[in-house]
Write a protein that binds this ligand. Structure first.
Ligand code: SF4
Length: 468
């Protein structure tokens, strides 16, 4: 994933961009960048790696040297950005939250035209530079952005800094959000609305799928209407969105409470406490606990002074180590107790397996695991989501392989809860993780808990139903 923030103000906006971007730090660990525009200085830019430090301490010294009334910033889980380009549209900076599945096809298209790429990313072309080149093919910014929507496979939300203001364009199927905030004399655009509150912005407008809006210090105007089809990612609410944020006018934490409550309504297991696996399991656990009246407790403490991030390093071995080291079990709350644990999802299950070993070592009697979404049977093809895996990495595929000895590519039979195959797969996952009991949320209950109509919500991970 990645996340961006932009701002246009009647006064200097550098600090708003600095802090607004920082509030997207949970969305990426690889690179971050800012770009500013002022009449006096033109375009100014800084990019740093986040692999050995945080956004604020990496950019603090740059920020002192910037002055501007408009700017954008990005926390990127992939390539270095924003990219500054000079084209017939003028000079502009672009930042993207995107996955471009047909990157090599588009690279070849430009190379055949003898165009050049100047940036690199992981040894290949920089996807955001390619988006900038697609924008430059249009007669106008609007036409160029529609060209991006039409030509890329995957998803792409973007913000463009021009000498006239910031253009915000939400992915054509709205997989990721863009929201406009306002305060006296300034407008902001963001992925996460939690970035608004402490900078005194209030939500002004939710962009629809494929909508394009030009934002300046006096207001904003629509360059392209939203389309009717939407496939907003359900994991925004279940897992990676920040609790105070809103998408489609629906708050993240409230939807997590509803998710937990929906599981609780169909559950009757006896236990001494309910707990969430930090961080995103906590909202689901509070909802469960409130519904059933079983006390919510904190048998795990997250060691935030040195392990504050939820997304981990790219290297899987290091990620597993960090995941283990940052959670400390509290034996006083665990010993001889029966616990109900809520987690957002089970991807590979390796981290959860380690957590369960720790719980038994700390003396727990029973571990009842409740998962806020249905089993993940289909990898994500639409977002650069660090939890997307190849099929056999998924706990579901592994369980089905153990049961049948066959690598299944069509998991429809195992997504259908009325089918015996579903129950057999869940039982195999339970055994693999050494849980006392295991239950997953039903898809209809998840959709209802989020509050977006099923046809507008991407639930592809669970039922393979989405499209490009
Ligand atoms: S496949 Fe899953 S992670 Fe990807 S957009 Fe759809 S719901 Fe989100």
């Amino acid at each position: 994933m990645s996340g961006f923030f932009g701002c246009v103000s009647k006064t200097d906006c550098v600090l708003d961009v600095f802090y607004g971007t920082d509030y997207h730090s949970h969305l990426g660990t690889k690179r971050a960048g800012v770009a500013f525009y002022s009449k006096e200085k033109g375009f100014q830019r800084a990019i740093h790696s986040l692999e050995d430090g945080y956004f604020r301490n990496k950019f603090q010294s740059d920020i002192d040297g910037f002055s501007a009334n408009s700017g954008i910033g990005i926390i990127s889980d992939n390539e270095a950005q924003p990219i500054v380009l000079t084209s017939h549209l003028g000079r502009f900076a672009v930042a993207t939250v995107a996955k471009i599945s047909n990157l090599s096809e588009l690279e070849e298209y430009f190379i055949k035209q003898r165009r050049t790429f100047s940036e690199t990313s992981q040894g290949g072309v920089n996807p955001t530079e390619l988006v900038g080149m697609l924008i430059s093919e249009g007669e106008t910014f609007e036409e160029g952005i529609v060209n991006v929507f039409n030509r890329i496979k995957g998803s792409c939300s973007l913000i463009v800094l021009t000498d006239q203001g910031v253009i915000a364009a939400r992915d054509k199927l709205g997989r990721t959000p863009i929201i406009i905030g306002k305060k006296d004399g300034a407008y902001a655009v963001a992925f996460e609305t939690c970035s608004f509150s402490n900078l005194d912005y209030e939500i002004d407008k939710y962009l629809g799928p494929g909508e394009i809006v030009m934002v300046n210090a006096d207001g904003h105007h629509q360059l392209r209407k939203p389309s009717s089809k939407m496939q907003v990612c359900s994991f925004l609410w279940v897992y990676y969105g920040y609790p105070p944020s809103f998408y489609e006018e629906i708050n993240v934490d409230e939807s997590r409470y509803r998710c937990g409550a929906a599981i609780a309504k169909k559950d009757d297991v006896e236990a001494d406490f309910v707990a969430g696996i930090p961080d995103s399991g906590v909202g689901h656990a509070i909802g469960y606990s409130n519904q059933r009246g079983i006390p919510h407790m904190r048998p795990y403490a997250k060691y935030t002074p040195t392990w504050p991030r939820s997304f981990m390093p790219q290297n899987q071995q290091m990620r597993d180590l960090v995941a283990k080291m940052k959670l400390i079990p509290n034996t006083a709350l665990i010993k001889n107790k029966r616990g109900i644990f809520l987690d957002d999802s089970i991807v590979r299950g390796t981290q959860l397996k380690d957590n369960v070993v720790d719980l038994y070592s700390a003396g727990i009697k029973e571990v009842h695991m409740r998962i806020a979404c249905p089993p993940l049977t289909h990898p994500c093809e639409f977002l650069n989501f660090s939890r997307s895996r190849s099929n056999l990495d998924l706990a579901t595929h592994k369980a089905v392989f153990q049961l049948t000895g066959i690598e299944h590519h069509n998991m429809a039979n195992y997504s259908d809860t009325s089918n015996g195959n579903y129950a057999a797969m869940v039982e195999q996952i339970r055994k693999n993780l050494n849980l006392t009991t295991l239950k997953f949320q039903k898809l209809n209950d998840l959709v209802e808990a989020i509050g977006v109509p099923k046809e507008n919500l991407c639930t592809h991970c669970f039922d393979g139903s989405s499209y490009f």
